[in-house]
Write a protein that binds this ligand. Structure first.
Ligand SMILES: Nc1ncnc2c1ncn2[C@@H]1O[C@H](COP(=O)(O)OP(=O)(O)OP(=O)(O)O)[C@@H](O)[C@H]1O
Ligand SMILES: [Mg+2]
Length: 509
């Protein structure tokens, strides 16, 4: 009886990359109808294990048994035919193709002449999207969708085949809370039909809300599997990092100094709201708000990445003229973007190239790149941020997601900014590395850098900031002191239901 419950059994999986033993004798069993979390710090081997199960990588040792039969998927198509679908951590949609073509890549319905039957394709795709409660036109190119919707297209693609085992590698990092709820409801519905789900996430609250069991990996090794209702977040963290984690957030600023950055009546278009705020030396200023509330747009306008309509930006009392990111960087303003893949990193280049990308004058002499200066710079930040890599020459796409994020942080630290704006700085980063990035931001603030942190994770905004601006529909709708803020207050301001924090804002400035 128990035997028949088991859907997938992976035993003794080992995978060696040049310089890295990514998986060392790892086990995983997934039962029918189960949601099974795989957790572990950045670089623990989670994605690699999923790539082995889904045919992207072939293991050096180990066996995979699906429904009692040995399988050895040689490529993702094989795995798909066997009923194993994966939604990868990094988006893999093709932006120029329509939503429908992305859902059925290489499996388009054709007529006798080999021509794609678009009507049928669009109808089928629309059906799949309906199960996801997704409101987009299947004829639209994917490039026109938000990141969240692109992610949902990936999930739709995974579900469009006859799927027995569904693997989701950090699927919610770009989703809003409502979208997460829809996804969870869908996953629960799927399990009722006997599908087994492997769910990778760094978010403990999600894992405890959603999953039946948790398997923990550390440094490529199998640590153990526990029943979710019988364990606690603290226990799981201990399994992941091998030690209990100290205080989650660093202490707040003891004192806030003079203003460093002043933004006055910043308007992005003639019809958008005018926003003003002041950032002080030594302060971490949080910016909260729903996805689409204008946080990123405001940051990009300050950084010169997007044009602004009117408004002034002053640094240490001098009005700046910023027309491009180059201007901003030269003046000492850094911006770490939310989408590391599209806007932040050169994935196919070395760590070195990425770290120095925004500070080339630092590593050139006489107009040429100076390789020992390059090396010193990269090595300094690899050490300081504890980026786990066999060498500074490693291509960034070969790093785990969290170590990619640390490389992006390094790039912006290297410009030695006076003001650093970070947009979702810990997305996809594990508990240990997250706490390192938090302490690092706080240390920067203590050294006199003004830090602006945009984050959708409310505990992070409250835990990290000294002061929090809350945006709603393009406007700064309220301001609260982090020490007095609750998640509830922020959500109310962010959804436009609370105006009482407006006056306090100007009083504080
Ligand atoms: N294609 C590759 N070539 C070389 N090394 C790789 C490759 N893919 C992964 N690695 C290495 O294998 C280790 C495990 O990486 P993996 O991506 O599985 O980690 P992860 O647990 O998914 O981490 P994260 O939480 O950051 O996504 C890391 O040290 C990584 O640098
Ligand atoms: Mg991963």
């Amino acid at each position: 009886m128990a035997e028949q419950q088991v859907l997938l059994e992976a035993q003794g999986i080992t995978k060696q990359f040049p310089g890295t033993l990514a998986l060392d004798n790892v086990h995983l069993t997934v039962e029918r109808g189960e949601i099974h979390a795989v957790m572990g710090e950045n670089g623990a081997g989670k994605s690699t294990l999923m790539k082995v199960l889904s045919g992207v990588h072939q293991p050096d040792a180990g066996t995979i048994i699906l429904e009692g039969r040995h399988i050895a998927p040689g490529n993702p198509r094989d795995a798909l035919m066997l009923g194993i679908s994966i939604v990868h951590q990094e988006l893999s949609v093709v932006p120029a193709l329509t939503v429908a073509e992305n859902i059925y890549p290489g499996r388009l319905p054709v007529n006798a002449l080999g021509m794609v039957r678009y009507g049928e394709l669009f109808n089928r795709a629309a059906d799949v999207l309906q199960t996801l409660d997704m409101n987009v036109d299947v004829r639209d190119p994917v490039s026109e969708l938000s990141i969240a919707n692109q992610q949902l297209v990936e999930i739709a693609k995974a579900l469009s085949s006859n799927c027995k085992l569904l693997i989701l590698d950090e699927p919610t990092s770009a989703l809003t809370e409502r979208e997460v709820e829809i996804l969870f409801a869908l996953l629960r519905k799927l399990t009722a039909t006997g599908v087994g789900i492997v769910y990778i996430s760094h978010k403990l609250d999600e894992v405890f809300k959603l999953t039946n069991r948790i398997t923990v990996l550390r440094d490529g090794k199998y640590i153990g599997t526990v029943n979710t209702p019988e364990t606690t977040p603290a226990d799981v963290v201990r399994m992941m990092v091998g030690r209990p984690l100290e205080a989650l957030y660093p202490p707040k600023a003891k004192q806030i100094d003079a203003p460093i950055l002043e933004v006055q009546s910043l308007q992005l278009t003639p019809h958008s709201p005018a926003n003003s705020f002041t950032l002080h030396k030594g302060e971490v200023l949080g910016i909260a708000g729903l996805i689409g509330s204008g946080r990123t747009e405001m940051a990009r306008a300050i950084f010169g990445a997007d044009a602004k309509h009117t408004g002034t930006i002053s640094l240490n009392g001098h009005v700046l003229s910023i027309h491009s990111p180059t201007d901003a960087i030269r003046l000492g303003i850094g911006y770490l973007p939310e989408d590391r893949k599209a806007a932040g990193l050169f994935l196919s280049m070395a760590i070195t190239t990425n770290v120095e990308a925004a500070s080339l004058p630092e590593v050139t002499s006489g107009g040429f790149l100076n390789s020992s200066k390059e090396r010193l710079l990269a090595e300094k930040y690899v050490r300081q941020l504890d980026i786990s890599t066999p060498s500074i020459e490693q291509e960034v796409r070969r790093l785990s997601g969290g170590n990619q994020q640390k490389t992006l942080v390094a790039k912006w630290l290297a410009i030695q900014p006076k003001v650093l704006i970070v947009d979702e700085p810990t997305r996809g980063v594990d508990v240990g590395a997250k706490s390192e990035i938090h302490h690092l931001l706080r240390t920067l603030a203590e050294q006199g850098v003004g830090v602006i942190m945009i984050s959708s994770e409310l505990p992070e905004v409250i835990g990290m900031s000294d002061r929090i601006l809350v945006m709603h529909e393009g406007a700064i709708a309220g301001e609260v002191l982090a020490a007095e803020a609750t998640e509830e207050t922020i959500i109310r301001i962010a959804s436009g239901q609370d105006n009482t924090h407006k006056r306090k804002a100007s009083a504080l400035e």
